[in-house]
Design a binder for this molecule. Structure first.
Ligand code: FNR
Length: 362
């Protein structure tokens, strides 16, 4: 029987327990320039008892941005901002990974000087994102139909991931997590409904997975496999992307990623977002395809984590909303203490209210 409170080696790092903080976009970076700041530092330091903090999605390039006031990791000012955060998390005894993010079509012209967001294809598509409204407050807006990336632009996108990895290293992160989930760029390529390309990046499953795997290889090449994890959400509907062949795609990429000996595969499960609960059969197939570390996330509590750990179907669990509301979540889970309830109104954007003012247990 494996417990949530046993140590686990995750590639190059050792975690004292298996409770991770899931990546959580909070839209509080400093504009203009999307720079990580002192308020974000307070928030992450408060949560340094996580086995590993996975940072909020962090855009690898201006093109990769899709929401108001999300942080970047493509220039020196952003790297310096992150450096103060990673130093403070380390001083507090924690470990932190940067989630490398390119939103693809989940974006808006207002972030790109009026230019269209990019994607695998320029198909009809319905989704919304959060932009800066007239009065400066977050406002929901429809995402436009994107333009398809040209074949000769793809090496530049891969280079953006590589450079972001070099930057994450310079910023003092312990690991990087490639965001391959939730209907963002890499998922837009992987999913059959959003990828209508007829070149070597579209059509067959092998072709649709190509960008995700090439990005993984570039990121590994910029650091090393034991410093790299990847997040996928092959099943379910996220941000206007729903792959009719997602189950098969998930198993295929899990197998390909396993050959690369990454630090971990992070499985974002769909039930928290209105999707189906994953079956144990599917989990078993995924573990068989990827015998290395699997981190599960999505509607986890101590009981769900214990059951799946015991069954050998996951190796660790990441907690999202309960980590927003409980800065000392690992202790609360270990001691069976009551949890603060998260307040959804303050998830995205704003100040310290609903961000750094959730109390730790007395
Ligand atoms: C998220 N999630 C998320 N996932 C991701 O890969 N990158 C991100 O930046 C975000 N941002 C984000 C913001 C907010 C406010 C929420 C609620 C969720 C998904 C998150 O990591 C996690 O998978 C879900 O929250 C489900 O886990 P819980 O909350 O049920 O433990």
């Amino acid at each position: 029987m494996t417990s949530l409170f046993e140590p686990l080696t995750l590639g190059a790092i050792d975690m004292p327990h298996r409770v991770l903080m899931a990546p959580l976009t909070r839209m509080r970076a400093t504009p203009p320039g999307d720079v990580p700041n002192a308020l974000m530092q307070d928030y992450y330091v408060q949560r340094a008892s996580a086995g590993l903090i996975v940072s909020e999605g962090t855009q690898i390039s201006p093109e990769g941005k899709g929401y108001m006031d999300t942080p970047g990791i493509y220039n020196d000012e952003q790297v310096a901002g992150w450096r103060t955060i990673t130093d403070a998390v380390h001083d507090a005894g924690g470990r932190i990974a940067a989630q490398l993010w390119h939103v693809g079509r989940v974006s808006h012209k207002s972030f790109h000087d009026g230019a269209l967001p990019v994607s695998a294809s320029s198909g009809p598509y319905r989704n919304r994102t959060t932009i800066r409204g007239e009065d400066g407050v977050p406002t929901r807006a429809n995402c436009p139909i994107p333009r398809a990336l040209e074949l000769d632009e793809i090496p530049r996108v891969i280079e953006d991931y590589r450079r972001a990895t070099v930057n994450a290293r310079a910023a003092g992160f312990d690991l990087v997590e490639i965001h391959g989930a939730h209907g963002y760029l890499l998922h837009q390529f992987l999913a059959a409904d959003s990828n209508l390309r007829t070149d070597s990046y579209g059509g067959s499953l092998e072709n649709r997975a190509r960008l995700m795997l090439e990005v993984t290889d570039a990121v590994v090449g910029a650091w090393s496999a034991d410093r790299v994890g990847i997040r996928i959400s092959p099943i379910g509907s996220f941000n206007g992307t729903e792959d009719p062949h997602g189950a098969e795609a998930g198993l295929y990429v899990a197998g390909e990623l396993a050959q690369r000996n990454l630090a971990f595969l992070h499985l974002s499960e769909p039930d928290w977002a209105g999707g189906p609960e994953l079956s144990d059969d599917y989990r078993r197939s995924l573990k068989a395809a990827h015998p290395g570390v699997i981190v599960g996330a999505g509607s986890y509590d101590a009981e769900k984590a214990a059951r799946l750990l015991d069954a050998g179907l996951i190796d660790a669990a990441a907690f999202g909303r309960s980590f927003i509301a409980n800065p000392d979540l690992p202790r609360r889970l270990a001691e069976g203490l009551p949890l603060n309830a998260p307040v959804a109104d303050t998830f995205y954007g704003g100040d310290e209210a609903g961000y750094t003012d959730y109390p730790a247990h007395a």
